[in-house]
Design a protein around this ligand. Structure first.
Ligand code: SDX
Length: 371
């Protein structure tokens, strides 16, 4: 019997997995994560709660929450991972350095080759903590400095941000950073999560699947957009400058990073709206940055009127990270660190209920040739 075949470029509109993890309900305009609205999670809980929800399929009670946070904060990064990072060329892209480090972690996990979902769920909090500590030290190590370790008496988000910016951080800064981590934590089946599930579907291991996801997320059409947004804003310098720069780029048929989305199409990414509020709250708390917010608003207005396009979460994550003083090369690595919880949930789910991914092609090449 001829198999049923259909073709959608870029798999647009194709359902490629059955999942209990998350769903982008564009009708109800809700990002569902294990039954909760992601926007409510961003407003009401901490990142460690979302890690528990993603891995355990329910929000953690106090005991499980404490256990998760301690595992994530006290996760040890093998010294040799930092030694390898020291030896890499400092000008190597931060996501390429991160990709190398994630891959190296496999060498220090005796269960690395296990595709057993229970083993992976048990090890996930440690892997999430290791990735965060590697990301928090990537810039420092590229400068030739020694890594700074997380401290057991501080929360995960405070440790993560404080290590990145190498200074004490305020509650308002920690909250803004924590909201970005939750916003980035899980988002159905983007390219990087799909890449991880494709790799996991051969029963390859979590480190290989995570490494594939890092490579995918680096791309400027995907996670690399948040870094590209801040470079656009810095080049523009003012709202008028941004309007002129956008118009020039559009005239050259160039894409404006931070706008558009395969699923949200010509609607605002709900996470972008929330991170816009986060930006304004951070500006109020710090008493600086209002011109940055005004510039972002102008960019929104121009893209809406000229292209009917709206911001995605990267457009507002970038100015939040800039105001927090985060080195620009860490913007996308932070996205990956936050998304590692969602990625591991998908890898575990794929290993729990596996079907090898092996799509077909629409062949348009020649036939019947002979040597
Ligand atoms: C993320 O999938 C996810 O969930 C990803 C993510 C997550 O949480 O994991 O949400 C994170 O990756 C957000 C997206 C970050 N990327 C960017 O900001 C890069 C800029 N945006 C795009 O390149 C684009 O919007 C995509 C890649 C995000 C989506 O592209 P699609 O669905 O393939 O849309 P398309 O390329 O077919 O564009 C449709 C039209 C085209 O115009 P025409 O050729 O029909 O005239 O819209 C135009 C595009 O040129 N267009 C843009 C544009 N995005 C689309 N024009 C200018 N600037 C843009 N940003």
């Amino acid at each position: 019997m001829a198999e049923e075949r259909s073709y959608s470029p870029g798999l647009e509109g194709v359902i490629a997995a059955e999942t209990r993890i998350s769903f982008l309900d564009t009708e109800q305009e809700e990002i569902v994560v294990r039954g909760y609205n992601l926007l409510e999670l961003i407003r009401r809980v901490q990142y460690v709660d979302v890690v528990g929800l993603l891995l355990d399929e329910r929000l953690p009670d106090a005991g499980r929450r404490e256990e998760l946070e301690q595992e994530m904060v006290n996760a040890q990064v093998p010294e040799i991972v930092y030694e390898i990072l020291w030896r890499l060329p400092a000008q190597m892209h931060a996501m390429d350095r991160l990709r190398t480090a994630v891959s190296t972690l496999a060498g220090f996990d005796p269960e690395a080759n296990s595709a057993d979902p229970d083993s992976e769920r048990r090890r996930a909090p440690r892997i999430i903590g290791q990735i965060a500590q590697i990301v928090a030290n990537l810039h420092r190590i590229a400068q030739g400095d020694r890594p700074q370790h997380f401290e057991s008496n501080r929360g995960f988000a405070e440790n993560f941000l404080r290590t990145i910016v190498a200074r004490e951080v305020t509650p308002a800064e920690i909250r803004a950073f924590e909201q970005s981590l939750i916003a980035y934590s899980e988002h159905e089946l983007p390219n990087s999560t799909f890449a991880a599930r494709v790799v996991a579907s051969t029963l390859s291991d979590a480190y290989g699947a995570l490494t594939a996801a890092v490579a995918s997320l680096k791309g400027p059409l995907h996670g690399g957009a948040n870094e590209a947004v801040i470079y656009l804003l810095l080049e523009a310098r003012t709202a008028d400058g941004l309007e002129a720069l956008i118009r020039q780029k559009l005239a050259r048929k160039e894409r404006i990073m931070g706008f558009g989305h395969r699923v949200y199409m010509r609607r605002m990414d709900p996470r972008a709206q929330l991170l816009k509020e986060t930006l304004h709250e951070l500006i109020a708390a710090k008493g600086t940055g209002s011109e940055l917010a005004a510039m972002c608003q102008r960019g929104e207005d121009v893209m809406r009127t000229e292209k009917g396009l709206y911001p995605n979460l990267d457009y507002y994550a970038a100015p939040v990270y800039y105001l927090l003083g985060i080195p620009i090369e860490l913007y996308t690595p932070i996205f990956f660190a936050a998304r590692s919880a969602g990625l591991l949930a998908h890898i575990i789910e794929q290993h729990r209920e596996n079907r090898l991914y092996r799509p077909r092609v629409l062949y348009t090449g020649p036939r019947g040739l002979h040597v």
